[in-house]
Design a protein around this ligand. Structure first.
Ligand code: SAM
Ligand code: SF4
Length: 503
């Protein structure tokens, strides 16, 4: 059989209709455009007293209702937005303390059979130089990322027969197999958590991803607006099926994966509508599975090879509105991690970190093979879109430390069963933030000893001393002296050269 024919059959077998239908209620999905427009309209011009009540509810770590979220989205006065921004950071501090988790993306392949109007990888883009990394190349890329000090990777794939489930699993294994000696201490280091951003899959394939030991499975809906979705994702492509994508994470949870991540690509439709869509997605997951997404992403569209829409969309979100949408998401789903990526320029990243983001990437390269071959990164036709913050990990860490945040490389949660319902429950009771502070300090200590520049080590060590002082004085640990004892022992052992200790 020739390659084209096999590929047609492969495409035909991807979508399993019964794995969509089982989630529909009376034949419809959970995004009702009419209801969302009504909620946005009827909550316009909200009373300041009501907004303050909503902020209090968020501070008690409860997911907001659609009406409450719509009211926040309709705030107009600058003073009230200031209160919203301050509360967003307070909620983050309460749930996640002051830590920022770092990761790096690794783009494995830019072959794709879809034709998303905003993406450089789309099949019809003849300018894109196609490449799929071999397992040796994936190991080489992993080594480069490890040399920077990363411990978490997210693997990213186009949707294509060549990068289907077998390839993904081999890629996960390849990443986990690499060991690289740290530059300062010579201690061996490896990636401790591999996450995946890949197209929606059937449950059987998702079970295989779980067996391969992935952390989070991430799929962005791009836009929750049915009509717009149809306009930017041609109907004759797999991605053209809105509901196959909408229930990707329901299937993942049914397959036994516990940490799932949602997101919308901002710039395709009205940002207020997309925030409501993300909330409805969260609510549906909470209703059916008892807990919501592990993280929420809100990438803004940036220019991509051969895509006019990507640089010229009427729905592009201004910097001011971007800050508002980040703050409202922080408040609406207080226990979810929220991720700002290197798509954003350094100054924007700085301002939204202060609005409650919990994760970010650094030393990011998105060209295929670009960690080992930097030239690849300079060519727009070898990557998916453009990034705004190419700074290396050390620079970004130094900056966040100077802002008072502790950099964390903690991956303990999924290795000791703090995933899914367990972790979302701990986050809601504000236990997770304190607990993870210990692991954040331990992993940051490793980073400072193994990779940091002199300047970063200096500022980092003063912050660690302050953090340890806080930990020692926290009431939370008063009747948990075993935790404190283990923390102190682990910290000394790390100074003595041991690695990968966690609570
Ligand atoms: N092919 C898989 C899929 O579509 O789910 C993998 C994801 S794609 C490589 C990763 C994400 O990048 C997409 O879900 C989309 O939100 C985002 N993306 C695509 N084009 C973009 C652009 N021009 N600017 C910013 N983000 C973009
Ligand atoms: Fe392919 Fe994903 Fe890009 Fe769409 S967003 S063209 S599915 S890589």
């Amino acid at each position: 059989m020739n390659e084209e024919l096999t590929s047609v059959n492969w495409v035909k077998n991807i979508i399993k209709r019964q794995e969509i239908d089982k989630y529909l209620v009376d034949g419809v999905d959970f995004i009702n455009e009419y209801a969302i427009s009504e909620q946005l309209a009827k909550n316009s011009d909200p009373d300041p007293i009501r907004i303050r009540d909503i902020l209090q509810k968020s501070l008690s770590v409860k997911t907001l209702s659609p009406d409450e979220t719509a009211a926040l989205l309709n705030v107009t006065s600058e003073e009230m937005w200031d209160e919203v921004f301050k509360t967003a950071l307070a909620v983050k501090k309460k749930v996640y303390d002051n830590r920022i988790v770092f990761f790096a993306p690794l783009y494995c392949s830019n072959f794709c059979i879809n034709n998303c109007a905003y993406c450089g990888f789309r099949e019809a883009n003849n300018r894109e130089v196609r490449r799929i990394l071999s397992m040796d190349e994936i190991r080489r890329e992993t080594s480069s990322v490890l040399k920077e000090g990363h411990k978490r990777l997210i693997l990213v794939f186009g949707e294509h027969q060549r990068s289907d489930i077998d390839y993904m699993i081999d890629a996960v294994k390849a990443v986990y197999s690499v060991q690289e000696d740290a530059p300062h201490s010579g201690r061996p280091s490896s990636i401790r958590r591999v996450n995946i951003n890949a197209a929606p899959m059937e449950i059987a394939k998702l079970k295989r991803l779980k067996e391969a030991g992935i952390g989070t499975y991430q799929v962005f809906q791009e836009t929750y607006h049915h009509q717009t979705y149809g306009e930017v994702h041609p109907a004759n492509t797999i991605k053209g099926d809105y509901q196959w994508r909408l229930y990707a994470l329901h299937r993942a949870l049914d397959a036994g994966l516990e940490d799932v991540a949602i997101g919308a690509l901002f710039g395709l439709y009205d940002w207020r509508f997309e925030v409501m869509g993300l909330l409805y997605h969260t609510l549906d997951l909470e209703k059916r599975f008892g807990f919501g997404p592990h993280t929420i992403s809100f990438p803004r569209m940036t220019p991509a090879s051969g895509s006019d829409l990507s640089s010229d969309s009427p729905w592009n979100v201004s910097d001011e509105d971007f800050k508002k949408l980040v703050a409202v998401l922080r408040l609406s789903v207080p226990n979810a991690g929220i991720i700002v990526t290197a798509r954003e320029k350094a100054e924007i990243k700085r301002s939204v970190l202060k609005l409650g983001c919990t994760q970010t990437d650094a030393s990011t390269r998105i060209g295929i093979g670009a960690y080992s071959d930097q030239k690849t990164e300079l060519d727009l036709d070898r990557k998916q879109f453009t990034i705004g913050d190419p700074r290396n990990l050390d620079e970004v860490i130094q900056e966040v430390v100077n802002m008072g945040f502790i950099a964390s490389f903690c991956t303990a949660g999924y290795r000791c069963g703090r995933t899914g319902e367990t972790i979302m429950g701990m986050l809601s009771h504000c236990d997770e933030g304190k607990f993870c502070k210990l692991n954040a300090v331990l992993t940051f200590r490793e980073y400072l000893s193994d990779y940091a520049s002199d300047e970063t080590r200096q500022v980092g060590e003063s912050l660690i001393m302050k953090e340890i002082g806080e930990i020692e004085s926290l009431d939370y640990f008063k009747n948990k002296s075993h935790l404190l004892h283990k923390f102190r022992t682990d910290y000394s052992e790390i100074l003595g050269g041991k690695r990968d200790l966690y609570l």
